[in-house]
Design a binder for this molecule. Structure first.
Ligand SMILES: Nc1nc2c(ncn2[C@@H]2O[C@H](COP(=O)(O)OP(=O)(O)OP(=O)(O)O)[C@@H](O)[C@H]2O)c(=O)[nH]1
Ligand SMILES: [Mg+2]
Length: 543
């Protein structure tokens, strides 16, 4: 630009020479415009501008809402304890962040070991001669897998098969008692007396309330999802046991298998590679947990033949049947795979992780970027809640901005009682909870998807001859087969929704599920994803 000339002068000159715009010129007011003409023109222009601004604002709002719809979908997983919420979340992870899921598998070893050791102890407890006089003890109800006889007669009233080798088993499996205590301690935060959910938490006690009354959530998807198995050889969890923890506790035994904060179990079972470098020829460092003499695998491996004998002993099976204990149907069941699970270099498979049982405490947030079709990706926040009765108070603060709920009701639980309150039937509890959720005014605009879960266990139970009408008189004398019963539950839950919902327009989506089954659940999750996205757009009036 030549010196001494202003920029606007220059621009004006250039416009007049080369940027002559015939349209702009045509729109200019006539040079001989009268005052009235000018006033009426300006009035008309102002009105046109008002209309145009209105349209702009509408478009801006729409863009904003579109962006909002694209940016975030909040999904709450609800249902009673052991209904399968955390397992559903694992399936979401497996589908959307598979490498992270794989990288985490090794960390589940401690939980799986504890699940296995607890199954063994439950067998020994059931065989114990004292158990015959002590069967009403709450400990026998520690998980939902204990079947309460419908006639109210305690199972111990049935005269029992003796297990001649009981004392031999007890002696050979004695090391597992210490191991159970050790693993429980490892997986339990010092502030808790029972281990809980494996998800990462910021707070110490599970509730660090924020301004909206919610516990501060954390995202657990590991950042180091690039860790491959070969890079991530873990070391023994026991090397990480805090030396300051007390070694004596009277509360560990019989508590449900649960893990609380990342400060304990995930550190205790590091992904390896990070905490210790792989073995080098000269350093003498260990290559993996199997070389650490303190690792739990050695005790388990040594006890494996005795566990195997115990589980295969016909007298034991007979005794368990008499006591109506069906371990196969219980959470965290690994007794049919003892050699594989107790092998020194055992690495949990996807299915093992899906079967592992850890109780969730509080509410934990997980984020996924989910793409579907041409969609650029939607940020999903999935909230996994603790379903036990003393955990449900934490749900309500999440109701205000949730877009969808996946409610899980384990329909195989019709003959079981709540662990929290052995007087309450689990299915009754699920139905009441369901009614509470679908009738909630705050949730009237929320899309609801119902998973009638544990259908595989329902099928197994019916095959074993368990009758629904012995536990649910309203079923009457309808056929006791899977098809009729699943249809009955579908109608029952659907009917409650229909009569209790404050929003009669709301469509309810019901799926019969077995969320431990990856193939079936993958398809269902994709369906649910589309339903939720569609419902979300609809509620924003964008489609
Ligand atoms: N066989 C079978 N097992 C299931 C199914 N769904 C869940 N499980 C198992 O049941 C146990 C409990 O499942 P979770 O997902 O931990 O239950 P939850 O609803 O998160 O329970 P809380 O955290 O206590 O509220 C786990 O061991 C699961 O592997 C199913 O459909 N079939
Ligand atoms: Mg859970």
């Amino acid at each position: 630009m030549p010196m001494g000339k202003s920029r606007s002068e220059d621009l004006g000159r250039r416009r007049s020479l080369s940027d002559f715009d015939p349209l702009a010129a045509a729109l200019l007011p006539p040079s001989n415009e009268t005052t009235e003409e000018r006033e009426s023109r300006i009035k008309a222009e102002n009105e046109a501008k008002k209309i145009s601004d209105g349209i702009d604002e509408m478009l801006r709002q729409e863009r904003l809402e579109r962006k909002k719809a694209r940016a975030e979908v909040n999904v709450l997983l609800l249902g009673q304890s052991e209904s399968g919420k955390s397992t559903t979340l694992k399936q979401f992870q497996l589908l959307h962040t598979p490498s992270a899921f794989h990288a985490e598998r090794i960390a589940w070893r401690a939980v799986i070991y504890l699940n296995l050791v607890r199954s063994v102890r439950r067998i020994l407890d059931a065989l114990s001669p004292e158990a015959d006089v002590d069967d009403h003890d709450d400990e026998s109800l520690e998980t939902a897998s204990i079947i309460i006889s419908s006639n109210g007669r305690p199972p111990s009233a049935i005269s029992g098969t003796r297990v001649p080798k009981y004392n031999v088993y007890k002696q050979r499996l004695e090391p597992l008692t210490m191991l159970e205590e050790k693993l429980t301690r490892l997986l339990t935060s010092p502030e808790e007396d029972e281990p809980t959910s494996w998800q990462q938490r910021n707070d110490v006690n599970g509730f660090a309330p924020t301004s909206n009354g919610r516990p501060a959530p954390t995202i657990m998807i590991p950042q180091n999802s690039s860790l491959s198995q070969s890079q991530s050889l873990p070391v023994s969890p026991t090397s990480y046991l805090s030396p300051t923890r007390s070694s004596g506790s009277s509360t560990w035994k019989g508590k449900e298998v649960t893990v609380h904060t990342s400060t304990n179990w995930r550190k205790a079972f590091p992904l390896g590679g990070k905490s210790k470098s792989p073995k080098s020829a000269h350093s003498g460092e260990i290559e993996g947990w199997w070389e650490d003499p303190d690792d739990p695998v050695h005790i388990l491996n040594a006890c494996a033949p005795a566990i195997q004998e115990l589980w295969k002993d016909p007298n034991v099976r007979q005794r368990l049947e008499e006591k109506k204990i069906r371990l196969e149907e219980s959470a965290g069941f690994y007794l049919n795979e003892i050699p594989r699970i107790t092998a020194k270099k055992y690495i949990p498979t996807n299915d093992d992780v899906l079967k592992a049982r850890l109780k969730t405490l509080g509410v934990v947030e997980h984020s996924f970027l989910i793409r579907s079709g041409a969609n650029r990706g939607v940020q999903w926040k999935i909230y996994d809640v603790g379903g036990a009765r003393n955990q449900r108070h934490a749900w309500a603060p999440y109701f205000s901005d949730v877009n969808a709920i996946i409610f899980l009701a384990p329909i195989s639980a019709f003959d079981q009682m709540l662990t929290e309150d052995p007087r309450v039937n689990r299915l009754e509890d699920s139905l009441l909870l369901w009614k509470g959720v679908v009738s909630n005014k705050l949730l009237e605009k929320v899309n609801i998807v119902l998973f009638l879960n544990k259908c595989d266990l329902l099928q197994a139970k019916l095959n074993a001859g368990v009758r629904l009408n012995e536990h649910m008189v309203t079923y009457g004398d309808r056929p006791n087969d899977y098809h009729s019963i699943s249809k009955y539950f579908r109608n029952k839950f659907g009917g409650i929704h229909q009569s209790a919902t404050p929003n009669k327009e709301r469509e309810l989506y019901i799926h019969l599920t077995a969320v431990t089954d990856t193939r079936r659940t993958g398809t269902i999750i994709e369906d649910v994803r589309d339903i939720i996205i569609r419902g979300n757009l609809k509620s924003l009036k964008l489609v």
